[in-house]
Ligand binder design. Structure first.
Ligand code: URA
Length: 191
């Protein structure tokens, strides 16, 4: 097992043994840690697992995930080219918004997860995810902007985007998200 994969596995075990967020853990089927390449240049951070994610243990596998696949495809990428996770790693009951204390409970683990993967670009999806890193974020003004900031042990590029769920109910948001995502993907180093 590669070092980063092993470190992510160790982190997952710590979240479980330290019982990071007992309130959410009790109502959830399982921890949804993340998926994709542990060597990715881009980490994509959503809000919290939904019903399907809770069942399968994989982030973004429901309706929002299908649109995330469209966004990746439009940028010429697949799930194997990125690492996908959430701020909160257990499903909140009835898909309610994660509470502040729940986001805080997972925060140190998320920072370690980012440090392990060591991406150059962090794409946040939705308000909860974006505002966790950029508290002053006004998503309507700031979506798609590349912001340099120290996250964990390094300076990284943060690009806040609307949540893909927004595209499911708003047709014009669809193209906006695809365009933002394509531009964000180009911010990664070219190999
Ligand atoms: N929405 C999210 O923010 N994350 C998921 O994993 C699924 C839906």
């Amino acid at each position: 097992m590669a070092d980063r994969t092993r470190a992510l596995d160790q982190l997952r075990k710590e979240i479980v043994t330290e019982d990071a967020c007992p309130d959410l853990r009790q109502g959830a089927t399982q921890l949804v840690m993340g998926a994709g390449s542990s060597d990715a240049d881009i980490i994509i951070i959503g809000e919290a697992p939904g019903k399907k994610e809770d069942e399968l243990g994989v982030p973004f596998v429901g309706a929002s995930g299908r649109f995330l696949d469209v966004m990746l495809d439009a940028a010429g990428m697949s799930r194997d080219d990125v690492y996908i996770t959430n701020i909160v790693k257990y499903r909140p009951p009835n898909n309610r918004d994660p509470k502040r204390e729940e986001k805080e409970a997972f925060w140190p683990y998320l920072i370690r997860q980012i440090d392990i993967i060591d991406p150059r670009v962090i794409i946040t999806l939705g308000r909860h995810s974006g505002m966790s890193l950029l508290p002053e974020l006004v998503i309507a003004n700031d979506h798609g902007k590349a912001i340099r900031m120290k996250v964990g042990d390094k300076e990284r590029i943060i690009i806040p985007l609307y949540h893909p769920a927004a595209a499911l109910y708003n047709g014009s948001r669809r193209q906006e998200l695809i365009d933002d995502f394509r531009a964000a993907a180009e911010a990664r180093p070219q190999s």
